[in-house]
Design a protein around this ligand. Structure first.
Ligand code: PHE
Length: 330
């Protein structure tokens, strides 16, 4: 019996691989000639069918035609994937990205301020505490002496989440972590709680509806207002420069008593940086801490405020816009 070399699985396997590895039109044409042209093995085999004994011819002919059909399919597949590839715009994936033309990226001004803030507080022995952006009404307001009807809530006009079950909100400040942390920890402790906060704010150059707040909380025996002032002086000087002065202005927060606004004298002007005060005894009690034994101070400010002051940025909202041209200056 005549043996045809094309009627083997290996033959088709090799042909298939060759068609799959085609890179361009001329390679494809060459393969087409090799496997399907008049001089190809399959064409020769088919021509030789005539010499085959009649009783075997039909069966072998059928097999040879199946091989030919397969080769045709390999060719067509290879041709169409080559067309798909050539229709792509030429794209060199090894080229550097556009923004890399100028260098290797840039740390956002707010992130720079936050990194410096963490550094300074860590040196002072503070722990950095993580927290959630969605808070309950209890921790955000009520545990801080702001029951539902309290007018001080208006100082932080906020968004609410209407889920019908719990009173949840995107936190309006990081102070919600005060009572949460007290519940889980025994004094003495010194923490900062950085995080994004959200307010239903009419935006302008000095107010954005979202900002990065840095909360501070220190509780221990005999903690006093002078500890608060000394700590804030160290941190503000670390951030803005050793020649900066700070001052306290009397203020009001329901969760601190006394309460103050913190200002810094920077480049000839008094600038408001944030709020602070001695933790209200009821807030300590809400966190399970005995106010007769312990006292504490707390403060909170926006990292963006420091970025604006330090880098001389005219509009705080720029810090939330993806404008590289602007942000890369700092
Ligand atoms: N939570 C206040 C605010 O967002 C800041 C503050 C924090 C004031 C801690 C006093 C004590 O404005």
């Amino acid at each position: 019996m005549q043996k045809f070399s094309t009627i083997t699985p290996e033959y088709l396997e090799v042909a298939k691989k060759s068609f799959e590895n085609v890179h361009n039109k001329s390679e494809l044409d060459a393969l087409k000639a090799k496997y399907l042209g008049p001089k190809s093995t399959i064409s020769q085999d088919l021509r030789q069918l005539i010499d085959i004994e009649k009783n075997q011819r039909a069966n072998l002919g059928k097999q040879l035609n199946t091989v030919k059909k397969n080769l045709d399919e390999f060719y067509k597949k290879s041709q169409s994937s080559l067309m798909d590839a050539t229709q792509l715009p030429s794209l060199d994936m090894s080229l550097p990205g556009k923004s890399l033309d100028k260098g290797f990226g840039h740390i956002h001004p707010t992130s720079q301020i936050l990194a410096q803030t963490y550094q300074i507080f860590t040196e002072l022995g503070f722990a950095i505490v993580d927290s959630d952006e969605i808070e309950t009404d209890w921790y955000n307001f009520e545990a801080l002496n702001m029951p539902p009807e309290h007018p001080a809530r208006d100082m932080q006009d906020t968004f609410y989440i209407d889920n019908g079950k719990m009173n949840l909100l995107p936190r309006s400040h990081t102070s919600g972590m005060q009572v949460r942390f007290m519940e889980e920890n025994t004094p003495p402790f010194k923490i900062i709680v950085p995080g994004r906060v959200f307010r239903n704010e009419d935006e302008d150059a000095t107010h954005a509806w979202i900002f990065n707040q840095v909360e501070g909380l220190v509780v221990g025996e005999g903690v006093s207002m002078s500890d608060l002032k000394g700590t804030l002086l160290r941190v503000v000087r670390g951030l803005l420069g050793e020649d900066v002065e700070i001052r306290f202005r009397a203020s009001y927060f329901p969760y601190t008593e006394p309460s103050v606004e913190l200002d810094a004298f920077y480049q000839g002007n008094w600038l408001e940086l944030g709020g602070a005060g001695m933790v209200h005894p009821q807030v300590l009690r809400n966190g399970g801490i005995d106010p007769d034994k312990y006292s504490g101070f707390a403060f909170g400010w926006g990292a963006e405020r420091f970025a604006v002051v330090k880098y001389g940025i005219g509009d705080l909202r720029e810090l939330w816009r993806p404008r590289f041209v602007f942000l890369e200056q700092f």
